[in-house]
Design a protein around this ligand. Sequence first.
Ligand code: NAD
Ligand code: WQD
Length: 340
Amino acid sequence: MTTTVLVTGGAGFIGSHTCVELLTHGWEVVVVDNHSNSSPAALERIEKTAGRPLAAAYDVDVRDREALGKVFAAHPVDAVIHFAAKKAVGESTQKPFDYYDTNVGGTTALLSVMHQHGVHRLVFSSSCSVYGDAVKVPLTETDPVAPTNPYATTKLRCEEILTDICRHEPRLRVLALRYFNPVGAHPGGLLGEDPRGVPDNVMPYVAQVAVGRLDRLRVFGDDYPTPDGTGVRDYIHVMDVAEGHRVALGHLDDAPGMRVFNLGTGVGTSVRELVAAFAEASGRDVPYEITGRRPGDVAALVADPTAVAGAWGWRTSRDLADMCRDAWRFQDLNPAGYPD
Ligand code: NAD
Ligand code: WQD
């Protein structure tokens, strides 16, 4: 029976929500995060939201094998969820070395330390971006992968490394989850998405327009081959992503080796539909203007979520209205994000 989980990147957007989900279901949770893209304030909010303390939280870089080794030595870790990574697509084209170093180097360092400490269960954060410019939607896990930027390539390289190591280390059990577009927030209002600077992603941008921090959304193109011309994505509530990780932990021992699953809803939503849903949920205007396409964007990315449903008997349960309502609650209660 797995009881202690080490969560890398546990103070980040998806990690913090997953920590709450695990704590409220009785797991002991150890966080490792260097806070390069998160506030330590998130840790207190995890505990307050869950009503239970974390077992421990370490300000450690996952590439620091010595420090990471001490964490493994101090706790009876049964499984690891590896969220820690750099995730900005645009930045990855400017700083590819940093992306390979953190995302690929961080993963191999973690794997070595896990191996040294006899830990063989891992849930790995992958991304729908590995599919690149999808030729058809919805996407199944066997569809071709063709990443179009260094960020996405690092995720695919990690999947390949994990697959190869699993071939030669039969004790290893890995689930790589390709998330589509995680959005929303914990309904308690204390935890949410708090990007540094101007948000790259549409949902936090829309939330900051609704709260008055930004004046209008720029919609990147309305000439895509989609029903209303704007980009279509599979938005998934971050609490469904968190729940998916908890369920995944219970399925690590189903089979040895590496398995890959999509984590999405199967529902595509256009930018226009998202803006309308957010305005409805918040009761605020969300002014927008149509601008040119963003380089590297694709028309539509939607998951076929049936593989995970078949393997785990689990599906997402929250819809777009839930995502907008919860994202708005966090933004409204925390207009400037987490305290410094
Ligand atoms: P996030 O930036 O909010 O969280 C990542 C956390 O990892 C941050 O707290 C950051 O401080 C930490 N971190 C980064 N580098 C580290 C290092 N070297 N050592 C220790 N900690 C480090 O991102 P997120 O949205 O929560 O994403 C979590 C994971 O999910 C990432 O691997 C990301 O690539 C993947 N993912 C995210 C999305 C998305 O849209 N948010 C989609 C698909 C996949
Ligand atoms: C969604 C839609 C934009 C901002 C990214 C990563 C992907 C994964 C999920 C990590 C698109 C449009 C956006 C804006 C807009 N992350 N948009 N105005 O690009 O689908 O995916 O996050 O793995 O790897 O690439 O998400 O939220 O940036 O964009 O019109 O200001 O919103 O064109 O159609 P994306 P996004």
